[in-house]
Ligand binder design. Structure first.
Ligand SMILES: [Zn+2]
Length: 166
């Protein structure tokens, strides 16, 4: 799969235009494009209460890549390491909202991104080793499956993985 660039026109062309009226997501776009992803291992919301996520909403074009990547994480790293490294804690996938500090839509608005362990990977912050931030093996598995990690190359959003190009 060749993922689109992260600019709004390219995302709209590839994933459809999620904008509805009054600054809300289009209900028709959501119904047509978002699907429920039942994660290959139990995930918890990063709300401080460890709320279980029954499923996450992702764009239908991203479903198999999300599933393959996280199945690879489970098979490669195992559930004990996943829990120890908080790779089962997520800030979520689809969320219709402006980009932080900007007027463009966040790429989360297209359902093609996921935030992992935001509590230990705050924005804006460069990834550093030895701080309990995103595990490098986890990042490389997701990258192998096509995700762009916004913690690479001294970028400042280490929690964030997206299926579009930066
Ligand atoms: Zn994000």
């Amino acid at each position: 799969m060749i993922w689109p660039h992260e600019d709004t026109p390219a995302l709209n062309t590839f994933y459809g235009d999620p904008r509805g009226t009054n600054g809300q997501a289009s209900a028709a776009w959501q119904a047509e494009n978002l699907v429920q992803w039942v994660t290959p291992y139990p995930m918890f919301y990063s709300d401080g209460k460890h709320t279980p996520m029954e499923h996450l909403h992702v764009h239908k074009k991203c479903l198999s890549t999300f599933h393959d990547a996280f199945t690879d994480v489970l098979q490669t790293m195992g559930i004990d390491k996943i829990r120890q490294l908080r790779l089962d804690v997520t800030g979520g996938t689809f969320c219709f909202r402006p980009e932080r500090g900007g007027s463009r839509l966040s790429v989360h608005s297209w359902g093609c991104a996921i935030d992992m362990d935001p509590g230990h990977n705050p924005f804006p912050h460069v990834w550093e080793p030895g701080r309990g931030m995103i595990d490098p093996q986890f990042a490389s598995i997701l990258q192998k499956h096509g995700f762009c990690w916004r913690g690479a190359h001294n970028d400042v959003d280490p929690m964030h993985f997206q299926l579009c190009q930066h």
